[in-house]
Design a protein around this ligand. Structure first.
Ligand code: DX5
Ligand code: ZN
Length: 230
C-alpha cells in the first residue's frame, strides 16, 4: 500500500493571535492536512489548544484536521474534539489505561484513529491494534514543543513499522524536526505524512504568506525525490 506524500503543517508554529488566517494561508499554500497539537501541561510540559479553538478554526479550511492529542486522560475529550470538527484523532498509548477501548471510541465517533509513539516507545505498543487503526504517528522529537532537533534513530523505527504494517492501509506520520533535509530519510523509510511546524512557517507570516508555499513545496519535493530514488 503506497500513499502519496502528504504535508501536514503544525499550527503550533503559527501566529496564535491570527490562527484562522494562518489556517487559510497554509491551506492555500498547498498543505494536505492541518496538524493540530493539543497539549495539557500534564502529559506534556506545555499547554496549547482545546476543542473550542478547533471548532473556531473548522470553517477556515476544507482540509482534514489531524488532531494530535497529547493529553491524559484522553478518553474524556474524544467526543468534544470529534464534535469540534477533527477528522483524525491520534492518541498516545501512555495517555490511558486501555488503548484498544480508546481506539474503538474514536471509531464509534466516526473518526479515523491514530496511535502515536514517543521516541522511547517501542513499536510493539501498536502490534496488537494494527487491524483497528488508520495511522501511526512516530514522534521524532519528545512531544511538547516545536523547533526541536530530529532524533535520527526514528528513521529505523519508521522502517520497522512499515515492515510490520505490511499491506494494511495504515499511514505512517512523522512529527518533529521535519525539514527538507530530514524529509528524504523518513520518506524513503516509509513515512507518508510529514508534519512540519517551524519548517513550514519559517520566513513567513499572515502578511507575507509566500514562504509557506515555498517551504511546503521544498519539503514535498525532497520527500518525493527520495521515494523515486529508492
Ligand atoms: C511536538 C508536536 C509537533 C511540533 C512539530 O510535540 O507534536 O507537531 O509542532 O514542530 P517542528 O516541526 O517545529 O519540530
Ligand atoms: Zn504533533
Amino acid at each position: 500500500m503506497t500513499f502519496p506524500v502528504r504535508i501536514a503543517p503544525s499550527i503550533l508554529s503559527a501566529d496564535f493571535a491570527r490562527l484562522g488566517e494562518e489556517v487559510r494561508a497554509i491551506s492555500a499554500a498547498g498543505a494536505d492536512w492541518i496538524h493540530v497539537d493539543v497539549m495539557d501541561g500534564h502529559f506534556v510540559p506545555n499547554i496549547t489548544i482545546g476543542p473550542a479553538v478547533v471548532k473556531a478554526l473548522r470553517p477556515h479550511s476544507d482540509l482534514p484536521f489531524d488532531v494530535h492529542l497529547m493529553i491524559s486522560p484522553v478518553d474524556l475529550y474524544l467526543e468534544a474534539f470529534a464534535e469540534a470538527g477533527a477528522d483524525i484523532l491520534t492518541v498516545h498509548p501512555e495517555s490511558g489505561p486501555h488503548l484498544h477501548r480508546t481506539i474503538q471510541r474514536i471509531k464509534a465517533l466516526g473518526k479515523k484513529a491514530g496511535v502515536s509513539l514517543n521516541p522511547a516507545s517501542p513499536v510493539e505498543l501498536v502490534a496488537e491494534v494494527l487491524g483497528d487503526i488508520d495511522l501511526i504517528l512516530v514522534m521524532s522529537v519528545n512531544p511538547g514543543f516545536g523547533g526541536q532537533s530530529f532524533i535520527n534513530p526514528m528513521v529505523e523505527k519508521v522502517r520497522r513499522l512499515r515492515a510490520m504494517i505490511g499491506d494494511r492501509p495504515i499511514h505512517i506520520e512523522i512529527d518533529g524536526g521535519v525539514t527538507a533535509a530530514t524529509a528524504p530519510l523518513v520518506a524513503q523509510a516509509g513515512a507518508d505524512v510529514l508534519v512540519a511546524g517551524s519548517a513550514v512557517f519559517k520566513g513567513g507570516s499572515v502578511s507575507n504568506t509566500a514562504p509557506y508555499g515555498e517551504n511546503i513545496r521544498a519539503i514535498r519535493a525532497a520527500a518525493e525525490g527520495a521515494r523515486r530514488a529508492a
